[in-house]
Design a protein around this ligand. Structure first.
Ligand code: HEM
Length: 462
Protein backbone atom coordinates (compact mmCIF):
# COMPACT_ATOMS: atom_id res chain seq x y z
CA UNK A 1 0.00 0.00 0.00
CA UNK A 2 2.25 2.76 -1.17
CA UNK A 3 -0.52 5.38 -0.71
CA UNK A 4 -0.50 4.58 3.01
CA UNK A 5 3.29 4.99 3.06
CA UNK A 6 3.10 8.28 1.18
CA UNK A 7 0.55 9.57 3.65
CA UNK A 8 2.99 8.89 6.49
CA UNK A 9 5.96 10.28 4.61
CA UNK A 10 4.49 13.32 2.86
CA UNK A 11 1.23 14.15 4.66
CA UNK A 12 -2.32 14.74 3.45
CA UNK A 13 -1.46 16.24 0.05
CA UNK A 14 1.09 14.60 -2.16
CA UNK A 15 1.95 15.29 -5.80
CA UNK A 16 3.50 12.59 -8.02
CA UNK A 17 4.13 11.94 -11.66
CA UNK A 18 2.74 8.98 -13.67
CA UNK A 19 5.02 8.34 -16.64
CA UNK A 20 3.52 9.98 -19.74
CA UNK A 21 0.23 10.84 -18.04
CA UNK A 22 1.49 13.84 -16.07
CA UNK A 23 0.96 14.82 -12.46
CA UNK A 24 -1.52 13.48 -9.95
CA UNK A 25 -2.32 14.93 -6.55
CA UNK A 26 -3.20 12.42 -3.86
CA UNK A 27 -5.59 13.80 -1.24
CA UNK A 28 -5.77 11.92 2.06
CA UNK A 29 -7.25 14.49 4.46
CA UNK A 30 -10.67 13.30 5.52
CA UNK A 31 -12.16 16.82 5.46
CA UNK A 32 -10.79 17.43 1.96
CA UNK A 33 -12.24 14.11 0.82
CA UNK A 34 -15.57 15.06 2.35
CA UNK A 35 -15.49 18.40 0.49
CA UNK A 36 -14.73 16.67 -2.84
CA UNK A 37 -17.18 13.77 -2.55
CA UNK A 38 -20.01 15.08 -0.43
CA UNK A 39 -20.16 18.87 -0.06
CA UNK A 40 -19.19 19.96 -3.59
CA UNK A 41 -19.23 16.88 -5.86
CA UNK A 42 -20.24 18.91 -8.94
CA UNK A 43 -17.08 20.99 -8.58
CA UNK A 44 -14.97 17.80 -8.69
CA UNK A 45 -16.30 15.57 -11.51
CA UNK A 46 -14.66 12.38 -12.74
CA UNK A 47 -12.10 13.28 -15.43
CA UNK A 48 -13.71 12.17 -18.66
CA UNK A 49 -10.43 11.42 -20.44
CA UNK A 50 -9.49 9.00 -17.67
CA UNK A 51 -12.92 7.37 -17.82
CA UNK A 52 -12.00 5.98 -21.24
CA UNK A 53 -10.87 2.74 -19.67
CA UNK A 54 -14.22 2.19 -17.97
CA UNK A 55 -16.05 2.93 -21.21
CA UNK A 56 -13.74 0.58 -23.08
CA UNK A 57 -14.76 -2.23 -20.77
CA UNK A 58 -18.38 -1.52 -20.02
CA UNK A 59 -19.67 1.20 -22.31
CA UNK A 60 -20.90 4.50 -20.94
CA UNK A 61 -22.88 3.34 -17.90
CA UNK A 62 -23.28 4.74 -14.43
CA UNK A 63 -19.63 4.55 -13.35
CA UNK A 64 -18.37 6.77 -16.18
CA UNK A 65 -21.40 9.03 -16.89
CA UNK A 66 -21.18 12.61 -15.64
CA UNK A 67 -23.52 15.57 -14.99
CA UNK A 68 -27.13 15.39 -16.16
CA UNK A 69 -26.54 12.02 -17.87
CA UNK A 70 -25.39 10.56 -14.57
CA UNK A 71 -28.30 12.03 -12.58
CA UNK A 72 -30.86 10.70 -15.09
CA UNK A 73 -29.32 7.21 -15.20
CA UNK A 74 -28.80 7.01 -11.44
CA UNK A 75 -32.50 7.73 -10.81
CA UNK A 76 -33.65 4.75 -12.86
CA UNK A 77 -30.80 2.44 -11.86
CA UNK A 78 -31.36 3.14 -8.16
CA UNK A 79 -34.80 1.47 -8.43
CA UNK A 80 -32.98 -1.79 -9.08
CA UNK A 81 -31.06 -1.52 -5.79
CA UNK A 82 -33.90 -0.60 -3.42
CA UNK A 83 -34.27 -2.74 -0.32
CA UNK A 84 -37.27 -4.63 -1.71
CA UNK A 85 -35.55 -5.23 -5.06
CA UNK A 86 -32.45 -6.72 -3.38
CA UNK A 87 -34.70 -8.83 -1.13
CA UNK A 88 -36.19 -10.48 -4.22
CA UNK A 89 -32.70 -11.31 -5.48
CA UNK A 90 -31.46 -12.70 -2.18
CA UNK A 91 -32.55 -16.33 -2.82
CA UNK A 92 -30.06 -16.36 -5.72
CA UNK A 93 -27.25 -15.40 -3.32
CA UNK A 94 -28.22 -18.32 -1.05
CA UNK A 95 -28.58 -20.83 -3.87
CA UNK A 96 -25.24 -19.98 -5.47
CA UNK A 97 -23.47 -19.91 -2.09
CA UNK A 98 -24.80 -23.34 -1.22
CA UNK A 99 -23.84 -24.68 -4.64
CA UNK A 100 -20.25 -23.50 -4.05
CA UNK A 101 -20.05 -25.09 -0.61
CA UNK A 102 -21.55 -28.35 -1.90
CA UNK A 103 -18.89 -28.44 -4.62
CA UNK A 104 -16.17 -27.96 -2.00
CA UNK A 105 -17.69 -30.66 0.23
CA UNK A 106 -17.51 -33.12 -2.68
CA UNK A 107 -13.90 -32.20 -3.52
CA UNK A 108 -12.77 -32.34 0.13
CA UNK A 109 -14.50 -35.69 0.71
CA UNK A 110 -12.93 -37.21 -2.41
CA UNK A 111 -9.46 -35.85 -1.51
CA UNK A 112 -9.72 -37.09 2.04
CA UNK A 113 -10.66 -40.60 0.78
CA UNK A 114 -7.48 -40.43 -1.32
CA UNK A 115 -5.54 -39.22 1.73
CA UNK A 116 -4.50 -35.88 0.22
CA UNK A 117 -5.20 -32.30 1.29
CA UNK A 118 -7.58 -30.14 -0.73
CA UNK A 119 -5.91 -26.99 -2.00
CA UNK A 120 -8.10 -24.28 -3.49
CA UNK A 121 -7.18 -21.13 -5.36
CA UNK A 122 -9.44 -18.97 -3.22
CA UNK A 123 -9.18 -15.85 -5.40
CA UNK A 124 -10.44 -17.91 -8.32
CA UNK A 125 -13.21 -19.61 -6.31
CA UNK A 126 -14.51 -16.29 -4.98
CA UNK A 127 -14.35 -14.84 -8.47
CA UNK A 128 -16.37 -17.77 -9.86
CA UNK A 129 -19.17 -17.61 -7.32
CA UNK A 130 -19.53 -13.83 -7.46
CA UNK A 131 -19.58 -13.89 -11.27
CA UNK A 132 -22.31 -16.55 -11.19
CA UNK A 133 -24.30 -14.37 -8.79
CA UNK A 134 -23.92 -11.12 -10.72
CA UNK A 135 -24.73 -12.82 -14.05
CA UNK A 136 -28.01 -14.19 -12.71
CA UNK A 137 -28.98 -11.10 -10.73
CA UNK A 138 -27.99 -8.53 -13.35
CA UNK A 139 -29.57 -10.07 -16.43
CA UNK A 140 -30.62 -13.64 -15.70
CA UNK A 141 -27.55 -15.15 -17.37
CA UNK A 142 -25.94 -18.29 -15.95
CA UNK A 143 -22.15 -18.08 -16.30
CA UNK A 144 -22.00 -21.42 -14.42
CA UNK A 145 -18.39 -20.87 -13.34
CA UNK A 146 -18.70 -22.90 -10.14
CA UNK A 147 -20.07 -25.80 -12.18
CA UNK A 148 -16.97 -25.56 -14.34
CA UNK A 149 -18.59 -24.25 -17.52
CA UNK A 150 -16.12 -23.56 -20.29
CA UNK A 151 -18.60 -21.65 -22.43
CA UNK A 152 -17.44 -19.07 -24.92
CA UNK A 153 -19.06 -16.30 -22.89
CA UNK A 154 -17.34 -17.29 -19.71
CA UNK A 155 -13.99 -17.40 -21.50
CA UNK A 156 -14.71 -14.03 -23.08
CA UNK A 157 -15.48 -12.49 -19.72
CA UNK A 158 -12.36 -13.92 -18.12
CA UNK A 159 -10.31 -12.60 -21.04
CA UNK A 160 -11.58 -9.09 -20.50
CA UNK A 161 -11.51 -9.18 -16.73
CA UNK A 162 -8.89 -11.62 -15.57
CA UNK A 163 -9.10 -12.25 -11.85
CA UNK A 164 -8.76 -9.16 -9.68
CA UNK A 165 -7.40 -7.28 -12.56
CA UNK A 166 -7.97 -5.75 -15.85
CA UNK A 167 -6.82 -6.69 -19.30
CA UNK A 168 -5.32 -3.48 -20.60
CA UNK A 169 -5.57 -4.46 -24.24
CA UNK A 170 -9.23 -3.40 -24.76
CA UNK A 171 -8.34 -0.09 -23.11
CA UNK A 172 -5.35 0.43 -25.39
CA UNK A 173 -7.46 -0.42 -28.43
CA UNK A 174 -10.16 2.04 -27.44
CA UNK A 175 -7.62 4.76 -26.67
CA UNK A 176 -5.51 4.21 -29.77
CA UNK A 177 -7.88 2.62 -32.36
CA UNK A 178 -5.06 2.53 -34.91
CA UNK A 179 -3.55 -0.34 -32.91
CA UNK A 180 -6.42 -2.58 -33.97
CA UNK A 181 -4.92 -2.57 -37.47
CA UNK A 182 -2.06 -4.64 -36.06
CA UNK A 183 -3.07 -8.29 -36.46
CA UNK A 184 -1.50 -9.33 -33.13
CA UNK A 185 -3.21 -12.43 -31.69
CA UNK A 186 -3.68 -10.77 -28.27
CA UNK A 187 -5.42 -7.79 -29.89
CA UNK A 188 -7.65 -9.99 -32.04
CA UNK A 189 -8.60 -12.11 -29.03
CA UNK A 190 -9.38 -9.06 -26.90
CA UNK A 191 -11.58 -7.59 -29.63
CA UNK A 192 -13.40 -10.90 -30.04
CA UNK A 193 -13.92 -11.24 -26.28
CA UNK A 194 -15.34 -7.72 -26.07
CA UNK A 195 -17.64 -8.35 -29.02
CA UNK A 196 -18.89 -11.67 -27.57
CA UNK A 197 -19.87 -10.10 -24.28
CA UNK A 198 -21.26 -6.91 -25.83
CA UNK A 199 -23.41 -8.90 -28.27
CA UNK A 200 -24.69 -11.28 -25.61
CA UNK A 201 -25.79 -8.45 -23.31
CA UNK A 202 -27.31 -6.49 -26.19
CA UNK A 203 -29.22 -9.55 -27.42
CA UNK A 204 -30.71 -10.17 -24.00
CA UNK A 205 -31.62 -6.50 -23.55
CA UNK A 206 -33.28 -6.29 -26.96
CA UNK A 207 -35.22 -9.50 -26.35
CA UNK A 208 -36.41 -8.27 -22.97
CA UNK A 209 -37.51 -4.91 -24.36
CA UNK A 210 -39.47 -6.72 -27.07
CA UNK A 211 -40.94 -9.17 -24.59
CA UNK A 212 -42.17 -6.36 -22.37
CA UNK A 213 -44.60 -5.37 -25.08
CA UNK A 214 -46.24 -8.80 -24.93
CA UNK A 215 -45.66 -10.38 -21.61
CA UNK A 216 -43.45 -9.65 -18.63
CA UNK A 217 -43.40 -13.18 -17.38
CA UNK A 218 -40.96 -15.99 -17.70
CA UNK A 219 -42.26 -19.46 -16.83
CA UNK A 220 -45.06 -17.73 -14.95
CA UNK A 221 -42.55 -15.84 -12.79
CA UNK A 222 -41.89 -12.13 -13.19
CA UNK A 223 -38.15 -11.65 -13.58
CA UNK A 224 -36.69 -9.62 -10.76
CA UNK A 225 -33.18 -9.20 -12.08
CA UNK A 226 -31.65 -5.73 -12.22
CA UNK A 227 -32.32 -5.40 -15.95
CA UNK A 228 -36.04 -6.01 -15.60
CA UNK A 229 -36.38 -3.68 -12.65
CA UNK A 230 -34.72 -0.92 -14.73
CA UNK A 231 -37.12 -1.68 -17.57
CA UNK A 232 -40.14 -1.52 -15.29
CA UNK A 233 -38.88 1.71 -13.67
CA UNK A 234 -38.39 3.27 -17.11
CA UNK A 235 -41.88 2.21 -18.22
CA UNK A 236 -43.42 3.71 -15.08
CA UNK A 237 -41.53 7.01 -15.35
CA UNK A 238 -43.93 9.88 -16.07
CA UNK A 239 -41.50 11.42 -18.55
CA UNK A 240 -40.46 9.18 -21.43
CA UNK A 241 -37.09 11.01 -21.59
CA UNK A 242 -36.29 9.47 -18.20
CA UNK A 243 -36.31 5.99 -19.76
CA UNK A 244 -32.97 4.37 -20.53
CA UNK A 245 -32.36 3.52 -24.18
CA UNK A 246 -31.51 -0.09 -25.08
CA UNK A 247 -27.89 0.93 -25.36
CA UNK A 248 -27.89 2.59 -21.94
CA UNK A 249 -29.54 -0.50 -20.45
CA UNK A 250 -26.90 -2.74 -22.00
CA UNK A 251 -24.09 -0.45 -20.82
CA UNK A 252 -25.44 -0.54 -17.30
CA UNK A 253 -25.73 -4.32 -17.30
CA UNK A 254 -22.06 -4.48 -18.37
CA UNK A 255 -21.27 -1.89 -15.70
CA UNK A 256 -22.85 -4.13 -13.05
CA UNK A 257 -20.64 -6.98 -14.22
CA UNK A 258 -17.59 -4.75 -13.92
CA UNK A 259 -18.50 -3.02 -10.64
CA UNK A 260 -20.30 -5.84 -8.90
CA UNK A 261 -18.07 -8.84 -9.42
CA UNK A 262 -14.40 -8.48 -8.50
CA UNK A 263 -15.26 -6.00 -5.72
CA UNK A 264 -17.16 -8.54 -3.62
CA UNK A 265 -14.85 -11.30 -4.73
CA UNK A 266 -11.66 -9.58 -3.54
CA UNK A 267 -13.31 -8.54 -0.26
CA UNK A 268 -14.05 -12.22 0.37
CA UNK A 269 -10.54 -13.35 -0.60
CA UNK A 270 -8.97 -10.89 1.86
CA UNK A 271 -11.43 -12.08 4.49
CA UNK A 272 -10.36 -15.72 4.18
CA UNK A 273 -6.72 -14.63 4.24
CA UNK A 274 -7.12 -12.48 7.37
CA UNK A 275 -9.22 -15.13 9.14
CA UNK A 276 -6.52 -17.71 8.48
CA UNK A 277 -3.93 -15.35 9.99
CA UNK A 278 -6.22 -14.68 12.97
CA UNK A 279 -7.73 -18.06 13.91
CA UNK A 280 -9.20 -16.70 17.17
CA UNK A 281 -11.40 -14.36 15.08
CA UNK A 282 -12.41 -17.24 12.84
CA UNK A 283 -13.41 -19.43 15.79
CA UNK A 284 -15.40 -16.63 17.41
CA UNK A 285 -17.15 -15.78 14.14
CA UNK A 286 -18.03 -19.41 13.47
CA UNK A 287 -19.42 -19.92 16.97
CA UNK A 288 -21.58 -16.81 16.80
CA UNK A 289 -22.97 -17.52 13.36
CA UNK A 290 -23.56 -21.20 14.02
CA UNK A 291 -25.42 -20.58 17.23
CA UNK A 292 -28.29 -19.08 15.27
CA UNK A 293 -27.90 -20.66 11.85
CA UNK A 294 -26.92 -24.28 12.55
CA UNK A 295 -25.18 -24.55 9.20
CA UNK A 296 -27.85 -22.72 7.17
CA UNK A 297 -27.60 -19.44 5.30
CA UNK A 298 -28.78 -16.29 7.08
CA UNK A 299 -32.11 -14.94 5.89
CA UNK A 300 -32.38 -11.54 4.26
CA UNK A 301 -34.41 -10.35 7.26
CA UNK A 302 -31.80 -11.54 9.77
CA UNK A 303 -29.08 -9.64 7.93
CA UNK A 304 -31.27 -6.54 7.61
CA UNK A 305 -31.98 -6.59 11.36
CA UNK A 306 -28.22 -6.76 12.03
CA UNK A 307 -28.62 -10.03 13.91
CA UNK A 308 -24.96 -10.92 13.32
CA UNK A 309 -22.96 -7.91 14.50
CA UNK A 310 -19.67 -9.81 14.60
CA UNK A 311 -20.13 -10.98 11.01
CA UNK A 312 -20.71 -7.38 9.96
CA UNK A 313 -17.73 -6.27 12.11
CA UNK A 314 -15.42 -8.71 10.32
CA UNK A 315 -16.59 -7.46 6.91
CA UNK A 316 -16.14 -3.81 7.90
CA UNK A 317 -12.70 -4.44 9.33
CA UNK A 318 -11.53 -6.30 6.21
CA UNK A 319 -12.68 -3.44 3.98
CA UNK A 320 -11.03 -0.86 6.26
CA UNK A 321 -7.68 -2.58 5.69
CA UNK A 322 -8.24 -3.71 2.10
CA UNK A 323 -10.99 -1.67 0.44
CA UNK A 324 -11.76 -3.51 -2.81
CA UNK A 325 -11.77 -0.25 -4.79
CA UNK A 326 -8.41 1.14 -3.71
CA UNK A 327 -8.79 4.60 -5.19
CA UNK A 328 -11.05 6.93 -7.07
CA UNK A 329 -10.27 9.79 -9.34
CA UNK A 330 -11.62 13.34 -9.73
CA UNK A 331 -10.51 16.57 -11.42
CA UNK A 332 -10.39 20.19 -10.26
CA UNK A 333 -12.51 22.59 -12.30
CA UNK A 334 -11.06 25.79 -10.77
CA UNK A 335 -7.76 26.80 -9.21
CA UNK A 336 -8.01 25.33 -5.76
CA UNK A 337 -6.27 24.77 -2.44
CA UNK A 338 -5.81 21.63 -0.36
CA UNK A 339 -4.00 21.51 2.97
CA UNK A 340 -2.42 24.90 2.29
CA UNK A 341 -1.10 23.85 -1.17
CA UNK A 342 -2.29 25.61 -4.31
CA UNK A 343 -3.60 23.15 -6.89
CA UNK A 344 -4.33 24.45 -10.40
CA UNK A 345 -7.48 23.86 -12.43
CA UNK A 346 -7.64 20.57 -14.42
CA UNK A 347 -5.47 18.70 -11.93
CA UNK A 348 -6.26 15.00 -11.49
CA UNK A 349 -6.97 14.18 -7.85
CA UNK A 350 -6.53 10.70 -6.41
CA UNK A 351 -8.57 9.78 -3.35
CA UNK A 352 -7.69 6.60 -1.53
CA UNK A 353 -10.15 4.94 0.90
CA UNK A 354 -7.28 2.57 1.74
CA UNK A 355 -5.01 5.35 3.01
CA UNK A 356 -7.93 6.75 5.02
CA UNK A 357 -8.56 3.38 6.64
CA UNK A 358 -5.00 3.26 7.96
CA UNK A 359 -4.65 6.80 9.31
CA UNK A 360 -3.15 6.63 12.82
CA UNK A 361 -5.05 9.78 13.84
CA UNK A 362 -8.37 8.10 12.99
CA UNK A 363 -7.78 4.48 14.04
CA UNK A 364 -6.06 2.87 17.03
CA UNK A 365 -3.51 0.27 15.89
CA UNK A 366 -4.45 1.09 12.28
CA UNK A 367 -2.62 -1.82 10.65
CA UNK A 368 -4.04 -4.51 12.95
CA UNK A 369 -7.07 -6.64 12.14
CA UNK A 370 -9.40 -6.04 15.11
CA UNK A 371 -13.09 -6.65 14.27
CA UNK A 372 -13.93 -5.92 17.93
CA UNK A 373 -13.37 -2.21 17.25
CA UNK A 374 -16.72 -2.31 15.43
CA UNK A 375 -18.69 -3.71 18.38
CA UNK A 376 -20.34 -1.39 20.94
CA UNK A 377 -20.31 -2.31 24.66
CA UNK A 378 -23.98 -3.41 24.30
CA UNK A 379 -22.99 -5.84 21.50
CA UNK A 380 -24.48 -3.80 18.65
CA UNK A 381 -22.51 -2.72 15.60
CA UNK A 382 -20.62 0.60 15.58
CA UNK A 383 -22.07 2.56 12.69
CA UNK A 384 -19.42 5.27 12.32
CA UNK A 385 -15.94 5.97 13.58
CA UNK A 386 -16.23 8.32 16.57
CA UNK A 387 -13.25 10.40 15.41
CA UNK A 388 -14.75 11.24 12.01
CA UNK A 389 -17.99 10.02 10.38
CA UNK A 390 -16.24 9.61 7.03
CA UNK A 391 -13.16 7.75 8.24
CA UNK A 392 -14.47 4.50 6.71
CA UNK A 393 -15.35 4.88 3.04
CA UNK A 394 -14.86 1.65 1.05
CA UNK A 395 -18.15 2.42 -0.75
CA UNK A 396 -17.28 6.14 -0.89
CA UNK A 397 -20.04 8.59 0.04
CA UNK A 398 -22.13 11.28 -1.58
CA UNK A 399 -23.86 11.27 -4.94
CA UNK A 400 -21.30 8.93 -6.57
CA UNK A 401 -21.25 6.44 -3.69
CA UNK A 402 -21.62 2.76 -4.57
CA UNK A 403 -25.20 2.19 -5.65
CA UNK A 404 -24.81 -1.55 -5.05
CA UNK A 405 -23.80 -1.28 -1.39
CA UNK A 406 -26.94 -2.91 0.05
CA UNK A 407 -26.68 -5.71 -2.52
CA UNK A 408 -22.94 -6.20 -1.91
CA UNK A 409 -23.16 -6.28 1.88
CA UNK A 410 -25.88 -8.95 1.84
CA UNK A 411 -23.99 -11.02 -0.73
CA UNK A 412 -20.72 -10.72 1.21
CA UNK A 413 -22.29 -11.69 4.54
CA UNK A 414 -24.32 -14.54 3.05
CA UNK A 415 -21.24 -16.11 1.46
CA UNK A 416 -19.05 -15.63 4.51
CA UNK A 417 -21.67 -16.93 6.97
CA UNK A 418 -22.16 -20.16 5.03
CA UNK A 419 -18.50 -20.80 4.17
CA UNK A 420 -17.28 -20.20 7.73
CA UNK A 421 -19.77 -22.75 9.10
CA UNK A 422 -18.67 -25.53 6.76
CA UNK A 423 -15.02 -25.11 5.86
CA UNK A 424 -11.74 -24.24 7.54
CA UNK A 425 -9.47 -22.40 5.13
CA UNK A 426 -5.77 -22.12 5.95
CA UNK A 427 -2.89 -20.75 3.97
CA UNK A 428 -1.44 -23.68 2.05
CA UNK A 429 2.27 -24.52 2.42
CA UNK A 430 2.67 -23.99 -1.34
CA UNK A 431 1.00 -20.53 -1.24
CA UNK A 432 3.48 -17.87 -2.40
CA UNK A 433 3.99 -14.81 -0.15
CA UNK A 434 0.90 -12.66 -0.54
CA UNK A 435 0.94 -8.95 -1.16
CA UNK A 436 -1.70 -6.49 -2.21
CA UNK A 437 -1.87 -5.55 -5.86
CA UNK A 438 -4.17 -2.97 -7.38
CA UNK A 439 -5.77 -2.92 -10.82
CA UNK A 440 -9.53 -2.39 -10.99
CA UNK A 441 -9.63 -3.85 -7.51
CA UNK A 442 -7.07 -4.44 -4.78
CA UNK A 443 -6.46 -8.18 -4.62
CA UNK A 444 -4.17 -10.75 -2.98
CA UNK A 445 -1.27 -11.31 -5.34
CA UNK A 446 0.06 -13.52 -6.87
CA UNK A 447 -2.32 -16.34 -5.89
CA UNK A 448 -4.08 -17.16 -2.64
CA UNK A 449 -3.76 -20.91 -2.26
CA UNK A 450 -5.56 -22.32 0.78
CA UNK A 451 -6.14 -25.77 2.20
CA UNK A 452 -9.79 -26.57 2.79
CA UNK A 453 -10.94 -28.87 5.58
CA UNK A 454 -14.57 -29.66 6.29
CA UNK A 455 -15.79 -28.52 9.68
CA UNK A 456 -17.73 -31.08 11.64
CA UNK A 457 -21.38 -30.09 11.72
CA UNK A 458 -23.21 -29.86 15.05
CA UNK A 459 -25.41 -32.86 15.92
CA UNK A 460 -29.20 -32.49 16.08
CA UNK A 461 -28.78 -32.04 19.85
CA UNK A 462 -26.76 -28.90 19.05
C1 HEM B 1 -17.75 -5.07 -1.59
C2 HEM B 1 -18.27 -4.72 -2.74
C3 HEM B 1 -18.24 -3.35 -3.36
C4 HEM B 1 -17.45 -2.26 -3.09
C5 HEM B 1 -16.38 -2.14 -2.00
C6 HEM B 1 -17.84 -1.21 -3.99
C7 HEM B 1 -17.27 0.05 -4.02
C8 HEM B 1 -17.62 1.05 -4.91
C9 HEM B 1 -16.99 2.34 -4.98
C10 HEM B 1 -15.82 2.79 -4.13
C11 HEM B 1 -17.62 3.04 -5.95
C12 HEM B 1 -17.28 4.46 -6.42
C13 HEM B 1 -16.31 4.37 -7.57
C14 HEM B 1 -15.85 5.71 -8.03
O1 HEM B 1 -16.59 6.69 -7.97
O2 HEM B 1 -14.71 5.79 -8.47
C15 HEM B 1 -18.65 2.20 -6.50
C16 HEM B 1 -19.51 2.59 -7.51
C17 HEM B 1 -20.45 1.77 -8.07
N1 HEM B 1 -20.74 0.48 -7.69
FE1 HEM B 1 -19.89 -0.55 -6.17
N2 HEM B 1 -18.82 -1.68 -4.81
C18 HEM B 1 -19.12 -2.96 -4.45
C19 HEM B 1 -20.07 -3.78 -5.02
C20 HEM B 1 -20.95 -3.41 -6.01
C21 HEM B 1 -22.00 -4.25 -6.55
C22 HEM B 1 -22.30 -5.68 -6.08
C23 HEM B 1 -22.61 -3.54 -7.54
C24 HEM B 1 -23.73 -3.93 -8.46
C25 HEM B 1 -24.37 -5.05 -8.45
C26 HEM B 1 -21.96 -2.24 -7.60
C27 HEM B 1 -22.29 -1.24 -8.50
C28 HEM B 1 -21.71 0.00 -8.53
C29 HEM B 1 -22.08 1.03 -9.49
C30 HEM B 1 -23.10 0.91 -10.61
C31 HEM B 1 -21.29 2.15 -9.19
C32 HEM B 1 -21.31 3.52 -9.87
C33 HEM B 1 -22.19 4.48 -9.06
C34 HEM B 1 -22.23 5.90 -9.61
O3 HEM B 1 -21.23 6.40 -10.09
O4 HEM B 1 -23.32 6.50 -9.50
N3 HEM B 1 -20.96 -2.21 -6.66
N4 HEM B 1 -18.63 0.98 -5.85
Amino acid sequence: MYFGRWLQEFGDVCCYRVMIFGHRVMISGVDDMKRILISQPKKYPKPQGEMKFVRALAGDGLVSAEGARHTRQRKIVSEAFHFEAVKKLYPIFVEETEALVQTWVKVCSADSRDGKPTVLDIGQQMSYVTLDIIGLTAFGFAFNCVKGSTSEVRRAYMDIMPMGGLNLIPVLLKTFPVLSLLPLPAFVRAEQAQATLRNLVRRIVDARVLARHDDDEDDGQPKNDLLNVMLRAGAAAPDSKAKLSNEELANNVRTFLLAGHETTSTALSWTHYLLALNPHVRTKLRQQVREKLKGRAPSFEQLSRNEFPYLMAVCKEVMRLYPPVPLTIRVTTTDDEFGGFKVPRDTILILSPGALGRRPDLWDKPNDFIPERWINPDGSIVQTNEKHPFAWMPFLAGERACIGRGFAEKEYMCLLAVIIQHVDLDIAPECPPIRSKSAVTQYPFPKLLMTAKLVQQPTAAG
